[in-house]
Write a protein that binds this ligand. Sequence first.
Ligand code: AGP
Length: 364
Amino acid sequence: DAGDHESFMHKEILEQPAAAERVLRGRLDQRFATGHLGGLNLDARELREIKRIKVLGCGSAYYVGQMGATLIEELARIPADAEAASEFRYRNPIIEPDTLYVAVSQSGETLDTLLAVQEIRRKGGRTIGLVNVVGSAIAREVDGGIYLHAGPEVAVASTKALTNMYLGFAMLALQLGRVRDMSIADGRRLIGALEALPRKIEEIIATDDHLAGVAERLAEAESLFFVGRVRGFPVAREGAQKFKEISYRHAEAYQTSELKHGPLALISPAVPTIAIVPDDELVERNVAALHEIAARKGPLVVVTHDSVPLRGIKAERIVVPRSEVELDPILLTVPLQILAYHAARHLGHDIDKPRNLAKSVTVE
Ligand code: AGP
């Protein structure tokens, strides 16, 4: 029941602070400054033996998986990457016994992801799931995992489940890091930041009016770029995905660093760019790229922190609250959901059931 909300997507965006609190509840161990993820079915020795992480998911789950892999590599210093589950088994991947395979899925029924898990298990790989729907096919197939406790998600465009996936990855990274060389101080720093996230998500949601105005202008464009670097690149991919799913506008994600290798040719007053520019070690490079876009008269929307100097660049600023730098991606993602929502609403589209798409894809 969407209650007073005009769409499930809107309801689910607003539910994110409460959903985020649920996924964290009881899973942060203050005393030892680590994650407490009993469902993994992996003890400290087994966690220490993991040499590599491979994340598998489809669509937005894959993009959040890419954020999660980056987070694990940064925090736990374990080589990690994400791949589209729909491609994985067709390239006869090498399944290694000391790799942990992480399947990510809201529904737990996405056939491509389920088949990837089955292929890994057939070849002796160890799997865990980050799944929202309890008792779903993927949840039953994996060796252990983390339930996301986002509550039922009805809108085809996923929001709260993705946020909780990210938090699941953060807790996994913390637990993996703390049986390796992450210090207690670093563990505590992250726990404090994780606990503060629900309120920060609320702050972003409270900027709805500003985001609605920006979205209405973006909705007029036939084609848009979403750009980001390293931590910001999967944020850009997810932002473009959400925008195209429900606004039906052509939205393309690129690494900001790759613009000059081709796509810069398309920048013009008719093609806005939504740039992800957190105040991190890449800020100078990112701002330099904004100059390149502005010089070609490309309209700019910059999703950023208030400390980032735009140095006279003409741009619409969307400011998100600071967190610890590793956790920035999730706060940078939330305004992109709201932009997509308002663009689709402005265009009069069916927000919860976009054309040609199903909530869960149970065919190959
Ligand atoms: C998200 O907005 C999309 N509707 C879609 O990409 C989705 O994330 C994907 O199909 C995976 O679904 P799952 O999380 O249920 O496996």
